[in-house]
Design a binder for this molecule. Structure first.
Ligand code: HEC
Ligand code: HEC
Length: 160
């Protein structure tokens, strides 16, 4: 192999490593959990399930969710107008950048990236029905650091 081909090969490897890093989430621009937290969000959105970090949904999704809290996934999660505004402002300030502007799913688990990441052979379909998992929205069942925005592969554990 001559030097030009060698350099070309090296460049190709670097390029695909870059694309892989992006896909794996190391280069998503914004962190899933911003450095700044919000006490109201944590208290009001962390009671029934973990407080889903702002970076898991695009701003348009958060707006939809926050204007439909009286009919929130078959429950009533209504808030006072000032609380709803404070939480909405917090969520839309640090949204996900993994969706196109036209896509605003209400569920994180309906997003294409979520399906792509969770339909691999690593997760047996029966796992989702386990009592210990119950719902794809139950991130903490497998990602112990989910509430801190940590979805690193090293901290994934599929429960029995
Ligand atoms: C009264 C209980 C309750 C409160 C309070 C509540 N939620 Fe929920 N939320 C639910 C239930 C129930 C689901 C459906 C969970 C499932 O399907 O496993 C849900 C689902 C969600 C989902 C979709 C998760 C997914 O990917 O499937 C998001 C996002 C969400 N809630 C955001 C919020 C936000 C933001 C707040 C605070 C403003 C909030 N929730 C407060 C009960 C609540
Ligand atoms: C049943 C277990 C399980 C549940 C529940 C689950 N995940 Fe995962 N998740 C996994 C596994 C396993 C992987 C690794 C898949 C792979 O790389 O092949 C993964 C990968 C990911 C990744 C990519 C991590 C990386 O570094 O590439 C993200 C982000 C993620 N999950 C977010 C979520 C969110 C958000 C929720 C909840 C709404 C959730 N997961 C619920 C098992 C789960």
């Amino acid at each position: 192999m001559n030097i030009v081909r060698l350099l070309l090969l090296a460049a190709l490897i670097a390029l695909s490593a870059g694309a892989q890093a992006k896909y794996n989430g190391e280069d998503r621009g914004k962190p899933v959990m911003p450095a700044q937290s919000n006490a109201k969000w944590l208290a009001e959105c962390g009671g029934c399930h973990m407080a889903f970090p702002p970076g898991l949904l695009p701003a348009a999704s958060w707006k939809k969710i926050m204007t439909g809290l009286d009919k929130h996934f078959d429950t009533d999660a209504s808030l006072s107008a000032p609380d709803a505004k404070e939480i909405t402002d917090y969520l839309v300030k640090y949204p996900s950048n993994r969706w196109t502007a036209s896509s605003a799913p209400l569920r994180i688990s309906d997003a294409a990236w979520f399906k792509a990441k969770h339909s691999s052979g690593e997760i047996n379909p029966a796992v989702w029905k386990r009592e210990s998992v119950k719902s794809p929205a139950n991130c903490m069942a497998c990602h112990s650091g989910a509430d801190k925005g940590d979805f690193n592969e090293n901290s994934i554990r599929i429960p029995k």
